[in-house]
Design a protein around this ligand. Structure first.
Ligand SMILES: NC(=O)c1ccc[n+]([C@@H]2O[C@H](COP(=O)([O-])OP(=O)(O)OC[C@H]3O[C@@H](n4cnc5c(N)ncnc54)[C@H](OP(=O)(O)O)[C@@H]3O)[C@@H](O)[C@H]2O)c1
Length: 285
């Protein structure tokens, strides 16, 4: 039976690339979600029998419920959920606008959780499914002015690593994709930017001023990224838990994690000194 993919944020970037790949395959159905129906006109070139266009703002529970029920009605299942919709934010921590930061958390973290909760009952019933989260290289390492964006993606990592354990016995896989900078609208119209006013942070201003307002010259190729994501789900016996993509994710992520491992190891004595008794076979909190 054909697998059904539901992808959020298919108006542009990774979501649009992935939607076109799924739509072009014989044996996959596509539920393409966007905030505006007209943004999905590009799908009209594909077989409409295997495509359902739906409106989803991931912060809107009733749109999510309605879209998931329409998808289920048309295709009977949802086999792959791609939590792709997301925003960026460029600012030093101290100068960040907390309303904008809260909204980014609504989309990047709670929106992703809203979608997952709407689809999990279907996947639990069918005892199979894959949940793909567009995390970021900035959930493996960090950069000045990207702190609150990283915080949303680190939140996604902690959420997903826990969910994976809870649903593993139900036949449901959870894959986090951690792309490096790629040529989408993410750092353009999908990001608010606050150039530092505080003189102590002037050195970080350049990195924000030079962020393009449109598609950047970042090395990541969105089409290649979408192809890798598709192939890891459809052509791979073992679905990865993590998929770091691009040099920054690979080298920056490894460097940061190696530092963390070495720091944890160097604190072994003090770390183990704070328990009253030695740990048994299992951790107890
Ligand atoms: N490009 C990168 O360098 C990069 C690197 C690592 C991770 N990521 C992540 O990749 C994901 C996709 O971003 P992208 O790079 O493809 O950027 P993009 O081209 O700007 O696409 C972002 C998508 O998210 C949608 N979206 C924003 N807010 C939404 C909401 N409230 N509800 C539903 N959809 C919403 C946008 O829809 P509208 O058109 O309606 O605004 C758009 O379809 C994001 O989660 C981003 O954080 C990007």
């Amino acid at each position: 039976m054909a697998k059904t993919w539901l992808i959020t944020g298919t108006s542009s970037g990774f979501g649009k690339e992935l939607a076109q790949i799924v739509a072009s395959k014989q044996d996959t159905n596509l539920v393409a979600a966007a905030r505006k129906m007209e943004d999905l006109n590009y799908l009209d070139q594909f077989d409409s029998n295997k495509i359902k266009k739906v409106i989803i703002d991931v912060t809107n529970q009733s749109e999510i419920k309605d879209a998931v029920s329409k998808a289920k009605e048309k295709f009977g299942t949802i086999d792959v959920l791609v939590n792709n919709a997301g925003l960026g934010y460029f600012s030093t921590i101290e100068e960040s606008d907390m309303d904008q930061v809260r909204y980014m958390f609504e989309v990047n973290v709670f929106g992703l959780a809203n979608m997952t909760n709407a689809v999990l009952p279907i996947m639990r019933t069918q005892k199979s499914g894959v949940i793909v989260n567009l995390s970021s290289a900035l959930a493996l390492t960090t950069l000045p002015t990207m702190g609150f964006y990283s915080a949303t993606k680190y939140a996604v990592e902690g959420y997903a690593d826990t969910l994976r354990q809870e649903v593993a016995d139900l036949g449901i896989h959870v894959m986090n994709v951690e792309p490096s900078g790629a040529r989408t609208n993410w750092s353009g119209r999908s990001s608010n930017k606050v150039v530092p006013n505080i003189s102590d942070y002037q050195e970080f201003g350049n990195s924000i001023v030079h962020v393009s307002d449109s598609v950047t010259g970042a090395p990541g190729n969105p089409q290649k990224i979408a192809e890798v994501i598709y192939n890891q789900i459809e052509d791979n016996e073992v679905i990865p838990e993590h998929l770091p993509l691009g040099q920054f994710a690979y080298e920056g992520g490894l460097g940061n994690l190696e530092n963390l491992i070495s720091e944890i190891k160097s604190r072994q004595e003090i770390s183990l000194s704070t328990d009253d008794s030695l740990l048994g076979e299992k951790y107890e909190l």
